[in-house]
Design a protein around this ligand. Sequence first.
Ligand code: KG4
Ligand code: ZN
Length: 345
Amino acid sequence: MRVLGIETSCDETGIAVYDSRDGLLGQALHSQIALHRDYGGVVPELASRDHIARVLPLVDEVLGQAGLDLRDLDAIAYTRGPGLAGALLVGAGVAAALAMATELPLLGVHHLEGHLLSPLLAQPDLDFPFVALLVSGGHTMLLQATSLGCYELLGETVDDAAGEAFDKSAKLLGLGYPGGPELARLAAGGRAEAFDLPRPKLHSEDLDFSFAGLKTAVLTRVRQLSQADQAIPAQARADLAAATQEAITDVLAAKAAAALRRSGLRTLVVAGGVGANLRLREKLDAACAALGAQVHYPPLQWCTDNGPMIAYAACRRLQAGLARGSRDYAFDIQPRWDLADLRAC
Ligand code: KG4
Ligand code: ZN
């Protein structure tokens, strides 16, 4: 089965063709980072307009890589949500038009299921059940994934997402957008122990997260360090970046380990943009080794939003008979969409 996947939920246009027998046949990505940089964050209207300009040329590019025509496909999939409404509409509209023109089934995919399954895309022998740590710009969750579509929420953030904590702290440190990778780069030259930052909910009974207090603590340190409007000394800035990264990753790793212990499962799958963070990976590696558990990450290029994860998730659903794809081409989007609503169990 061969599926075209179209991802336009936020600031990346991602297109791919996945074949259930031959794997990934083509992929292309356009990142809007440069477009939004001057605004310090994603401007939804600009994002939608840019997706409009990019989707079809990227579809052509991917089909060219794969040496395929639209008629060689078995289904067309798009990200139905969650995400920015205008951005989602672009992918959904184009996918529906292409599906209608070719009379192929049309399928809307849950963006987070795409992230969740992305480590399996790279490692076909990896299988359910597992605990998933989903850490992106908008979400921070621990899930027990029993089978395809059967995801039980173990814990989630009660305020900011981990990616948001990275991005907001990075902004306070005067770094560009998106802040996560920039903060990680700055942290590489810093001493994490130079600042004692809070680790909210580290020892709480539940598997929830809270990062809003950390952001406030970073703000306080930034104010102290930049007294009399002096720029923060370079070393102090790097130290504060390292301390912030250390605090966020400490909590993520501790809670992921607690979720493994609680569920009795011995496989952890990490997905979402923050999963690209190397310090987080070091800590998860150590925590899982101590528990005798395996940890799997998607390749760095598939941690952040991408087309392959949407094509792959759609293909798995179609093959498992969990979805058939519609042929009435009445596409819809769901900007807010709970992963538990997928309920295949
Ligand atoms: O999954 P993703 O591409 O988009 C969402 O669906 O949100 O995740 C983007 C988030 C941003 O907050 C970004 O700063 C963060 O992932 N991120 C990182 C790193 N790379 C991306 N955070 C920390 N360290 C990184 N290396
Ligand atoms: Zn995402």
